[in-house]
Design a protein around this ligand. Structure first.
Ligand code: ATP
Ligand code: MG
Length: 561
């Protein structure tokens, strides 16, 4: 990025806020993040979190956390807890402003009574199907309900009895009285309350009528004196209703602003679909490292900084668009490059005996912890006559430009010596099981007297000192760019069957012994890895690969196919 790009221009939401502050419409900025606790947060939510908390910070305002818990049956405490944990992990703080739409059920009920008294709301006793039918279509106006002209007294009485539990689910609803022929379907007498005999995770059995989203949301914003209610584009044509309720109630008027939701290639983001993946056991819980959830990314080894940077980079758009998963991967790679400790680990080991190296000798070689950051210092790596290298780094019959190890050829061992392959040992079936090599003592990294040069450098670990680990390699969870693209096809048919590869016995240099869950590393030449927080234990080290060192998919679709 050059300097001019670094100077960030304001996004369109900030321009609106500037204007509102300049002309005195609002004195200070209060935003909110309003998750429905019916699933874990995903990367799309992080866009909204960064935006809402970010704006509050920029304008020296506040951002509330408000659980939109109006639906009693789908919501759970587990989700509330996970949402709080994820927002904190992302680096944001709602201080003491943890609110719940359910805290406002009493006020919302009083507000409804105001509208009924004004003749702006009525109890409809039609069935759900009848109401749907009378709603019309976008091109045909709807029909007025036969109950639309009930008197305020009758409505007040029925509404009160709805609340006190006299009726069964679906017997009545409370509707706003607006305009059944409005071209905006949301204005055709939208439902405000329905009867639901269900326990709520916070209000218990106090209520058997529950407010609809459109009724609860705007009024909750108003109660909290939210200045700018930032939401995604699908609410654009709910805005007239949002404003109508506020105006009729003559309460504090927040301003709703819509922006385009974040979409990502190779990813589904709907909580309903993510829940399916969890419930059907296609993934190992909401925090499976292949999930696009915040908790999944955290377990995978992403940093909060990288997710915030990504949210910044995709920007705030007014029109729908799809961001490239590769951009997210680039962002985490860039962040880990700066901070990750380098180590050597071998995923698929091939044993080497260095025949001219004393078999009882151990040498401590010096290795750089992070070439991007000298302050991270150096460590020692033990070297001896038996080592493992990666199976892929040897070829018996190599093509021309293979610069790694092959019979009669030399390669440099990282931080150590140049070795030559003298003999290939195979099992009965002809598989290579070991190599006999010789080393050149004059070629020690950093201090060797020889000026011999070889084209390839490979990683290795000492057999005697290696630590065993399980390593989990991940690939995209879906094998098409837009798994949601065709409504006729089940998104699960696009699951990538090879999204997880488990390597049971990888071998890691002994430095790893001092590490703890969630520590992040670059395994030289193999990618960025972190120690899994769920399955790693004293007896068993488990790593997740966060991301490869390069975009391996770009290579596959490019000329190296
Ligand atoms: P989903 O479609 O995943 O169920 P939702 O909108 O129903 O999402 P909520 O819990 O209501 O989920 O979302 C909380 C907030 O996060 C809302 O303000 C919503 O607009 C925002 N949000 C949800 N998904 C995205 C996304 N993909 N990009 C940006 N913001 C989002
Ligand atoms: Mg929602």
């Amino acid at each position: 990025m050059n300097n001019t790009e670094e100077i960030k221009s304001k996004n369109f939401i900030e321009e609106i806020i500037d204007e509102d502050l300049a002309n005195g419409k609002y004195k200070n900025v209060i935003t909110r993040f309003p998750p429905e606790p019916n699933g874990y947060l995903h990367i799309g939510h992080s866009k909204s979190i960064c935006l809402n908390f970010g704006i509050a910070k920029k304008y020296d305002g506040k951002c509330n956390l408000r659980f939109d818990d109006t639906n009693p049956t789908k919501e759970e405490i587990e989700y509330v807890d996970s949402i709080k944990k994820d927002i904190q992990w992302l680096g944001f703080d709602w201080e003491d402003r943890e609110f719940y739409a359910s805290d406002y059920f009493d006020t919302l009920y009083e507000y409804a009574i105001i509208l009924i008294k004004k003749g702006k709301a009525y109890v409809d006793s039609c069935t759900g199907d009848e109401i749907r039918e009378m709603r019309g279509t976008p091109t045909e106006p709807g029909k007025e309900s036969p109950y639309r002209n009930r008197s305020a007294e009758e409505n007040l009485d029925l509404f009160e009895r709805m609340k006190s539990g006299e009726f069964k689910d679906g017997e009545h609803v409370l509707r706003a009285k607006i305009d059944m022929s409005s071209p905006n379907m949301n204005m055709r007498d939208p439902i405000m309350y329905r009867i639901r005999h269900a326990s709520h995770h916070r209000t218990g059995d106090k209520w058997c009528i529950y407010p609809m989203y459109d009724w609860a949301h705007g009024q909750s914003d108003s109660i909290e004196k939210i200045s700018h209610s930032i939401c995604t584009l699908e609410f654009e044509n709910h805005r007239p209703l949002y404003d109508w309720f506020i105006k009729e109630l003559e309460i504090f008027p927040p301003r709703q602003i819509e922006f385009a939701r974040l979409n990502l290639t190779y990813t589904v983001m709907s909580k309903r679909k993510l829940l399916q993946l969890v419930q059907e056991g296609i993934v190992d819980g909401w925090d499976d490292p292949r999930m696009p959830t915040i908790s999944g990314f955290r377990r995978r080894g992403y940093t909060p900084e990288s997710i915030r940077t990504f949210a910044e980079r995709v920007g705030v758009a007014k029109r729908d668009n799809v961001s490239d998963l590769a951009l997210l991967e680039f962002t985490i790679r860039e962040d880990l490059n700066k901070r990750a400790q380098r180590i050597m680990g071998v995923l698929k080991p091939l044993r080497i005996t260095i025949t001219n190296y004393p078999s009882d000798q151990v040498e401590e070689l010096e290795a750089v912890n992070n070439p991007e950051d000298e302050s991270m210092g150096k460590r020692v790596v033990p070297f001896c006559s038996e080592i493992y290298i990666e199976q892929d780094d040897f070829m018996e019959d190599p093509p021309k430009k293979f610069f790694r190890l092959s019979p009669g050829n030399e390669v440099r061992l990282r931080y150590a010596y140049i070795i030559r392959c003298d003999e290939v040992i195979k099992d009965d079936k002809g598989n290579v099981i070991e190599l006999k090599c010789s080393y050149d003592p004059e070629t020690k990294s950093g201090s060797g007297t020889s000026n011999k040069k070889v084209k390839g450098t490979i990683h290795w670990v000492s057999v005697k000192h290696a630590v065993k680990a399980e390593v989990r390699l991940y690939d995209r969870l879906f094998n098409v760019e837009n798994p949601d693209g065709d409504k006729e096809v089940d998104f699960k048919s696009h699951i990538n069957p090879n999204s997880l590869e488990i390597i049971n016995e990888a071998l890691i240099e002994p430095f790893i012994k001092s590490s703890k869950p969630d520590d992040k590393f670059q395994f030289e030449r193999l990618g960025y890895f972190c120690i899994d927080t769920k399955y790693s234990a004293k007896e068993k080290l488990v790593f997740n690969r966060t991301v490869t060192l390069r975009d391996s998919w770009a290579k596959i679709s490019g000329k190296e196919k």
